[in-house]
Design a protein. Structure first.
Length: 780
């Protein structure tokens, strides 16, 4: 008897095969993990990871025809918005590139030629990562065989933060270069050394913090710098909180909304919500509420584009700048325009003709702004800005030979019309491209300090004040103005009360007409001190930090040169540190940390890098809370952002605090300040001045310092029980934190290394001190 064998018809067979094919395809499309030994290929559009709830996709994201990035993006957004990239600066080829979880437990991205472009570095002797998973949060994690997370994309953000993603002190959100250009841009969101979240423009030619208002102190901006944890983040509801007290919420606050916080390429930080109906993004909060919506960049008459292919390089003059007295000048008026900041001098109650004359007589003056009897001479032409809302005019200083006739192209200047609406509208592709550059200055790099005025107005209104239209401008200029000599003579009662004196002049106490108590520094010899005076003025207008002495203005009248700064109650550090005076441990640590923060700002954060060149106890002032403020910038050097190397024409500083490179005629870098800081730090610890034998013996100070360092190193290496007590001020009588003291001794020794390459940077010094700041257990 024969067997019955069922036979599938061709039609049924085709249906079965098709079903199995689509089932397998769907399974491949929805996998959320990658096992060890597996890989994703750039050539297969369906080869990717997807989160279990299908919110996020991880794979190769392509732009153009042959540029791909290993990325994570929102699956259901209209434009597949990217939230993370592994190879931001190095796209891979569209043929043959792949990312794999290698046999040694590391995720590796290789280009077509086998070059490793990126890797997770998670291979370990115990096995490394076993699998990669894309979570519903958008976090790509690598786990070992025990399920422990070895690596996660949340620790390495690019320009976007997602809900429940911690944002810590070691992280930055860095913008893209432009729409569709994923390269690292110039705008960043980060925690600074003062524990405050800030926005900064860090371009090829200049650097500038622009949010929150850098002219305000931390508390005035609604922030605090007392919490050193430096952590922030936002939840799925849209509530953002930070350790510096920055708090904000999305206007559509609620659950079941996809959100992202992005550092956009135009320099604004925005919180977005994804519309479920349109699959497009809606702005629900932004840091800068009064921003240009459309802008046009071009050069004023007398200037031309430095590089037609790159507006970041700004404009350059068509003429050769000169200080020759034979040069004939004229001024070109541009109505409703200004260059915000960079004022050389601010004059009140002055005529237009006198304002014009002041600019002509100052070789550094490139333009002046005049309105309502006030004059602002400009030493640099950054932040060029035209708007009907700007009162007054800017007058550019140009040689007589320069043609200033109206050009055929009406867009002769950087234009930006303010729109106070916070609604983010879309523009054409070309307009978006131009939008990136709407903040380019007339001759400089892209940045937008000018929007600070709008931010300040909004801040003031939110606190019940209705400021005048010009308050924003006053922010940038009125804090530093020119005083009359008679005004200062009256304030000091004919220079009656002397606070101190140094090589460059004498400091007197005074009270201004507005009741501000100030310190007025009067140069002793105008001919010898002129260079020092203008060096200090040019430095002061570029710096602003809680640990730097705040200066209100200056006087330059006939042969009189004076600087007016805030009065600091407790005087200089040397008056409190050395016998018979005494400082407790808490004050010593606070002072050491504050000085480090101030120097780190000068070296790494301010507009132009600054080397102080004369760090010593006499130049460290202490306020009523013993918070240090670095003073006396008369010997400071300004350097370009690209580097601090330079050779000085003469030795600067104070013997006993000067780095060896001064005497060796080596190039001068920020490490000279690090050396001086190290000497000051060791003096804070020991309570004595290492340079007190300089007069008696030219090498005495070196011998004393070297002896201390040599003994300290030997005691530390030998592990002697009482080494710390021997290295510290005996007057402390054991009342100090051992952890803090050990770290400070270590830092001090490393700072005074003769080889400057072995000295730390000031930002690393700040970081080391912050790590032990919370130590409060005083050893008895």
């Amino acid at each position: 008897m024969g067997c019955y064998r069922p036979v599938l018809s061709p039609k049924c067979f085709l249906i079965l095969v098709t079903t199995l094919f689509f089932y397998c395809f769907a399974t491949a499309k929805t996998r959320n993990s990658l096992e060890r030994g597996s890989s994703l290929s750039v050539e297969d559009d369906s080869d990717f990871l997807i989160s279990p709830d299908k919110s996020f996709t991880c794979g190769f994201f392509g732009v153009g025809t042959n540029a791909y990035w290993f990325s994570i993006w929102f699956t259901n957004s209209k434009d597949r918005t990217v939230v993370w990239m592994a190879n931001r600066e190095r796209p891979v080829n569209g043929m043959g590139s792949r990312v794999s979880l290698s046999r040694d437990g590391s995720m590796v991205l290789r280009d077509v030629d086998g070059t490793i472009v990126w890797e997770s570095s998670t291979s370990t002797p115990t096995g490394g990562a076993e699998r990669a998973e894309l979570l519903n949060s958008g976090n790509l994690v690598l786990k070992d065989s025990q399920g422990k997370t070895l690596w996660q994309s949340f620790d390495f953000p690019t320009d976007t933060l997602l809900p429940n993603q911690p944002f810590t002190k070691s992280m930055k959100l860095i913008s893209m270069l432009g729409k569709g250009n994923f390269g690292t841009g110039y705008y960043s969101f980060y925690f600074d050394n003062d524990n405050v979240l800030r926005l900064i423009y860090d371009g090829p030619d200049m650097t500038s913090v622009y949010w929150p208002n850098p002219s305000n102190r931390v508390l005035a901006n609604g922030r605090t710098n007392y919490n050193t944890s430096r952590i922030a983040g936002f939840d799925e509801m849209g509530n953002f909180v930070s350790s510096d007290d920055l708090k904000f919420s999305a206007f559509d606050m609620g659950m079941r909304v996809k959100r992202r916080l992005t550092m956009d390429y135009d320099g604004n930080l925005r919180l977005y919500s994804l519309s479920g109906s349109t699959e497009s993004w809606v702005i629900t909060w932004q840091a800068l509420t009064q921003q240009c919506k459309r802008g046009k960049c071009s050069c004023p008459r007398g200037y031309e584009v430095a590089d037609t292919t790159d507006w970041h390089k700004g404009c350059k003059p068509k003429f050769q700048p000169t200080c020759s007295q034979s040069q004939q000048w004229k001024f070109m008026q541009i109505q409703h325009a200004d260059f915000y900041g960079f004022d050389l001098i601010y004059y009140e109650s002055i005529s237009f003709l006198r304002c014009r004359k002041q600019c002509l007589e100052d070789c550094r003056c490139q333009a002046f702004s005049y309105r309502e009897d006030s004059c602002y001479t400009k030493g640099a032409l950054f932040n060029g800005y035209v708007s009907p809302n700007i009162p007054g005019s800017i007058y550019l200083r140009l040689p007589q030979s320069v043609d200033t006739s109206p050009p055929t192209n009406p867009n002769v200047f950087n234009t930006c019309r303010i729109n106070v609406s916070t609604t983010h509208t879309s523009t054409s592709k070309r307009e978006r491209w131009i939008y990136l550059y709407s903040f380019a200055s007339a001759i400089g790099a892209v940045e937008f300090l000018f929007i600070l005025s709008g931010w300040w107005l909004l801040f003031r209104r939110s606190h019940g004040a209705a400021p005048p239209q010009e308050d924003g401008y006053a922010l940038l200029s009125s804090q530093f103005r020119m005083f009359l000599y008679a005004e200062l003579k009256k304030a000091t009662k004919n220079f009656k009360e002397e606070l101190g004196r140094g090589a460059s002049g004498v400091v007197y106490k005074g009270v201004l007409s507005d009741e501000r108590v100030v310190a007025i520094k009067k140069l002793a010899d105008i001919y010898k001190g002129e260079q020092v005076f203008w060096a200090e003025v040019s430095t002061i207008v570029k710096v602003n930090h809680m640990n730097l002495l705040r200066t209100w203005g200056f006087c330059s009248e006939d042969k009189q040169r004076l600087l007016i700064s805030e009065y600091v109650e407790n005087g200089s550090l040397d008056k409190h540190l050395f016998p018979p005076n005494f400082l407790g441990w808490k004050e010593r640590f606070k002072i050491a940390l504050g000085i480090a923060k101030g120097l780190a700002y000068l070296h790494h954060e301010c507009l132009e890098w600054v080397i102080h060149c004369d760090v010593k106890p006499e130049n460290i002032l202490l306020d009523s809370n013993f918070e240090p403020k670095i003073a006396d910038f008369g010997l400071a050097k300004l350097s370009q952002r690209g580097g601090l190397n330079s050779v000085s024409s003469h030795i600067r500083g104070t013997k006993g605090y000067m780095a060896p490179e001064w005497a060796l005629n080596l190039s001068i870098t920020a490490k000279v300040d690090v050396y001086s800081y190290g000497v000051v730090l060791l003096e804070i610890l020991k309570g004595i001045r290492f340079s007190n034998r300089v007069v008696e013996n030219s090498d005495g100070e070196e011998a004393e310092l070297k002896r201390f360092v040599k003994v300290a190193k030997r005691k530390i290496q030998c592990g002697e029980d009482q080494w710390m007590e021997d290295m510290l001020d005996p007057r402390l009588e054991g009342q100090f934190s051992r952890n803090q003291a050990a770290k400070m001794v270590e830092i001090g020794i490393s700072c005074v290394e003769e080889d400057r390459n072995k000295r730390p940077t000031m930002d690393s010094v700040v970081q080391m001190l912050l790590e032990c700041e919370e130590e409060h257990n005083i050893q008895q």
